[in-house]
Design a binder for this molecule. Structure first.
Ligand code: ADP
Ligand code: MG
Length: 744
């Protein structure tokens, strides 16, 4: 059990929750089986036949079983059968025990042989009770549902059941603390802990099983929320310098000069941040706002408040491109206020500096000095800012932009390094459902920036299927030309970089037909989420920036239009150069990878074509699309695919084309993805993670547990009167979980 299922202790065995219950007499429908998967099923034996094998020594026993379905649905081989033939080799006991009419649990790998489903040498356990039983216990057993456990070929469901039953019979429950406080158990009408375990594994009926699971789910939620609330209280109690700002400081002058009116939501969130910063305890806030919602200006106002209070503020971006962008736009937004101490600068302003890993040594040295001396009020950079060589004079506020792209380790390091990070603001455009936020970011306050600033032009999005419409390839290029001729700019996005030598000598539409022949390699829905560079399917067949650049160059429509290529493997100085040329409007077409995915802000860009868009996940496409529609001109996004209509990955494209509302898309995304992807690996795997609780579904329980946890800690901050709960938190806070909580 330790090897196969990582069950090492009695406690872990007891927490191994049955996957489902099977009623006695109820048979498992064969239509639900998956090929090549390990299955546990209950079936009735129809006939048994043993014969000698012709070509080998020994015998074969063929056991025909049925699920007794009257109107059998077609199984995965497309057959309409309610029978399956199992093969046992040299299995004399099986031949004896499995007689016609017997109900038995079979477990093994489902394969196919000569067009029918089969299992070879499956493990089995007859379910029928002997006829001559008369004890009460046996009577009960006869009606009890059967628990089916997550199992492996070696550790079968019924072996687990046997072990659990053995253990349940010998536990001294007085030695097992109950994490769920008695008053909460009473209030919700839950049974005591021993009964709950009994019902989890050997329920008298289905409803008892559900009640038991509800109790354990609630316990899980409470343990997690108590840990998070306690942690948050601890952070809140830490001292931090108050950064109240001042009425006539840089912040006030910046606001007076803003070229637009802040939205109501920007004002409201700004007030929350201002109040947080003014307190003598650290701010710990997550700012969530859709792509283009205007988070930067909100963060900038907070940073200026820090500066006005005599402290420094750091803005961390996930990429150098984005850091450079932030630097350029903040510098221009502040104007003379960004250049105190230089000629033409405002002496009452501050100094904004950019520090990246790729700066020339001399410039870097100068910048480090400005940071160490306190001359630099606002420091912008990537994670390089967290390196040991960077010493701040007085760092008061750290803003982490687009945190979902910002490596977990970096954020961990940020907190570990202590860096005396008194006030922390984390910004993300990825909409996070409330309860996920509560579990994953449960120790942060959450602010939401609603809506988008007014005056935005809509983005219309279309899915372009090159397989159905090969001639549209030309039209895409023609459309790009029109856009550039009208003075606008264009993004061409490819899912990978590629080598110049590997560029296929054909257009996209031609290749679409070739591509249709190649089978998909991995799960198209879950596989493409993280990085386009690791997208599934035949890698070499993907559109690359190299290929696109070639197509642009060869294209009769786009000839003569200045274009450039931007991707992560470019030299940092080249990258900066390319980005600057595009921002200035010197480049008409930017052929790029997802390096432009986050934050990049060129309002004059109005046309985006994402090639092989099916290689990207929903949120990635939403982020990409957020690069256009930023100025006063209407924008268009084309999601080009060479997949056939009805291909599962085209569902994502349709979802993205259907709405520009990030929250709606997040929901669509959730529906198409497994929860593990959202919570990350730390959540879906490993022992210390969520077992029964589902952050997306168990909203009510999580909210309830949050309230209860707060109440408990208010009355009993050190959990002295809740030893069971304290022990459960300690146990679940092993190294992994500790890390996971840090990530908040
Ligand atoms: P995001 O939230 O995606 O980081 P940004 O902060 O980059 O969005 O803002 C997107 C664009 O909207 C920027 O060009 C910014 O100057 C502009 N903007 C921000 N707030 C407003 C506002 N209140 N009115 C008009 N434009 C705004
Ligand atoms: Mg941004």
């Amino acid at each position: 059990m330790a090897k196969g299922l990582d069950l090492n202790t009695v406690g872990e065995l007891l927490d191994h929750v049955p996957r489902r219950l099977v009623q006695r007499g109820e048979l498992t429908s064969f239509a639900d089986l998956e090929l090549e998967a390990h299955a546990t099923l209950v079936a009735e034996v129809v006939s048994v036949n043993t014969r000698r094998m012709r070509n080998r020594r020994g015998s074969i026993t063929e056991v025909v079983i049925t699920d007794r379905s009257d109107h059998p649905g077609s199984d995965l081989l497309g057959r309409r059968e309610n029978r399956m033939t199992l093969s046992f080799f040299n299995a004399w006991t099986a031949a004896r025990e499995l007689t016609a009419g017997t109900h038995a649990l079979f477990s093994g790998k489902v394969t196919h042989y000569r067009g029918s489903l089969t299992m070879t040498n499956p493990h089995y356990a007859p379910l029928d009770v002997d006829d001559d039983v008369d004890t009460r216990e046996a009577m009960q057993n006869a009606t009890r549902p059967i628990a089916v456990y997550p199992a492996t070929a070696k550790v079968t469901s019924d072996r687990i059941a046997t072990a659990v039953h053995t253990v349940l019979g010998v536990i001294d429950w007085r030695t097992v603390p109950d994490p769920l406080p008695a008053e909460i158990a009473d209030r919700h009408g839950y049974t005591d802990l021993p009964t709950a375990y009994e019902h989890l594994h050997r329920p008298p009926d289905e409803s008892a099983w559900y009640r038991a699971k509800a109790r354990f789910r609630h316990t899980e939620a409470l343990v997690l929320q108590t840990a998070l609330v306690r942690r948050r209280r601890a952070v809140e109690l830490r001292p931090a310098p108050a950064l109240p700002g001042k009425p006539d400081g840089v912040a006030a002058r910046f606001e007076a000069a803003l070229p637009f009116r802040l939205t109501d939501s920007q004002v409201a969130v700004g007030e929350e941040l201002a109040a947080d910063l003014a307190r003598e305890h650290p701010m710990n806030r997550l700012l969530q706002g859709d792509v283009g919602a205007g988070k930067t200006v909100v963060a900038l106002r907070a940073m200026l408040q820090a500066v006005d209070s005599g402290a420094q503020a750091a803005l961390l971006a996930p990429t150098e491109v984005l850091a450079a962008q932030h630097f350029a736009s903040i510098e221009s937004a502040l104007g003379p206020l960004a250049h105190a101490g230089t000629l033409g600068g405002d002496p009452d302003g501050t100094t904004v500096v950019l520090l990246t890993g790729s700066m020339p040594q001399s410039a870097r040295k100068r910048t480090l000095l400005q940071i160490a001396s306190g001359e630099a009020g606002i420091v912008i950079g990537t994670h390089a800012l967290l390196s040991d060589t960077v010493q701040f004079a007085d760092l008061g506020l750290v803003v982490v932009d687009e945190q979902h792209r910002f490596g977990v380790e970096q954020r961990d390091r940020l907190r570990e390094a202590g860096l005396t990070v008194p006030h922390l603001l984390v910004m993300t455009a990825t909409p996070i459902p409330r309860t996920v936020a509560m579990t994953v970011f449960g120790d942060l306050d959450v602010s939401v920036l609603q809506g988008l600033p007014g005056g935005r032009q809509p983005i219309s999005t279309h899915v372009v299927g090159l397989l159905e419409h090969p001639t549209w390839e030309d039209r895409i290029f023609a459309r790009a030309r029109e856009e550039v001729e009208a003075g606008r700019q264009v993004y061409f996005v490819a899912p990978k970089i590629g080598d110049d030598d590997a560029v296929p000598p054909m257009g996209l539409a031609d290749s679409a037909r070739a591509l249709a022949e190649i089978p998909e390699a991995t799960d198209p829905v879950t596989g493409a989420q993280d990085s386009a560079e690791q997208a599934p399917g035949p890698e070499e067949a993907m559109v690359s920036t190299a290929w696109l650049a070639e197509l642009v160059e060869q294209s009769p429509q786009l000839g003569g239009i200045p274009s450039a290529v931007l991707h992560g493997r470019l030299d940092p100085t080249d990258k900066a150069e390319v980005m600057a040329a595009f921002a200035d409007g010197r480049t008409g077409v930017l052929v790029c990878t997802t390096v432009v995915e986050v934050g990049v802000d060129v309002p004059n860009a109005t046309f985006m074509v994402v090639f092989d868009a099916d290689r990207f996940g929903i949120s990635q496409l939403h982020q990409l699309r957020g690069r256009i529609g930023r100025g006063s001109h209407a924008s268009t996004c084309l999601l080009v695919t060479r997949r056939e209509q009805g291909h599962p990955s085209r569902e994502r494209l349709d979802a993205v084309a259907a709405t520009t509302d990030g929250f709606e898309l997040a929901q669509a995304d959730l529906n198409l993805r497994r929860e593990g992807d959202i919570l990350g690996d730390a959540q879906s795997g490993g022992r210390s993670t969520l077992r029964l609780l589902r952050a997306l579904d168990d909203v009510a329980v999580i909210e309830e547990a949050r309230t209860e946890a707060t109440e408990i800690l208010e009355a009993d901050p050190d959990l002295e009167n809740h030893p069971g709960l304290a022990a459960a938190i300690a146990a679940s806070l092993d190294e992994d979980t500790e890390k996971y909580l840090e990530r908040g």
